[in-house]
Design a protein around this ligand. Sequence first.
Ligand code: FE2
Length: 386
Amino acid sequence: MAATITMPRLMAVGGGALAELPGTLQRIGLSRPLVVTDPFLVHSGPLERATAFLDRAGIRWNVFSETVADPTTAVVEAGARRLAEGHYDCLVAIGGGSSIDTAKGMSVLFANGGKMRDYKVPAEIPNPGLPIVAIPTTAGTGSEVTRFTVITDTETDEKMLIAGLACCPLAAIVDFELTLSMPLRLTADTGLDSLTHAIEAYVSRRANPFTDGLAKSAMRLIARNIRTACAEPSNRAAREAMMLGATTAGMAFSNASVCLVHGMSRPIGAFFHVTHGLSNAMLLPEITAFSVPAALERYADCARAMGVADEDEGNQAATARLLDELRRLNHDLEVPTPRAWGIDGARYEELLPVMAQQALASGSPANNPRVPAAAEIIELYRRVYG
Ligand SMILES: [Fe+2]
């Protein structure tokens, strides 16, 4: 079956790419941006530099800076109202995945009306949204190139997956220099998120030859640079590799989907407010161990791409090395278990049935090489608790 590939129309990639913002808008005929960011970035270097470029080009802009980590329906609705109050022709999202995901939600609501939950997967989004130019300041979510957004329903605490062309930015500016000041924990968590994207895109039942190359390239870049980026924050080569890895992993999973790790990760984030990359990392080794028997060769390829197995090594040995490496990475980057992170055991146990149900409802587990039933998901949650 032919794969349908969704990507931004225009991208500026590399150190200093932020300067391309006005030119990028002009090239695609946009002139009235609402800038979407978070309160911490308002007086920070990246936002001030981005808006200075706009001022110099004579582009009038306004800012919506009320985004929150793990964007909520309440914030997205407030943002869509702001959008309706002005005469904007696009959104410029600058920040981590939360700012970009918020802009996507705003664009979808502005163009389609209704409530965010009306567009929860598997629902379709009828109208393309307002154009988005995405500028990531972390190397992780890949949201700058994906056709997904994840919005938490304020009423139910559910992290809803929303997907479609309307969620894919029209343009992306991928400038690794914006990540040079990221603190260690953020570097590790976002980097592990992008490694999870690359692995899940490659083993997904919806993987295709187009996404395979992107996923392997992303694994190569991320696995070989994540420790250096954490240990030496100003190492430009490592930061550039991580940024490129995050964006290419985003392109891969946007067109091949994520699998069981992401499916199980979203409920942990929604109920216990564990950051997205960290909840993925808590799950990645055990979920990989569960899934390996169903896709031995694919996981062996991951080990080879990550540089932990030789090209001529057998699949069994290579997948054993992959599991070792994923556990070692969690150890080296100080990823806690849910228990060590502080999640109460009784509350966790009590929520397992609803977490498993939400994981399955997201559709992501159905893309996994080994598709678990609800009872197996509950058992896996118990295994990772620690
Ligand atoms: Fe992710």
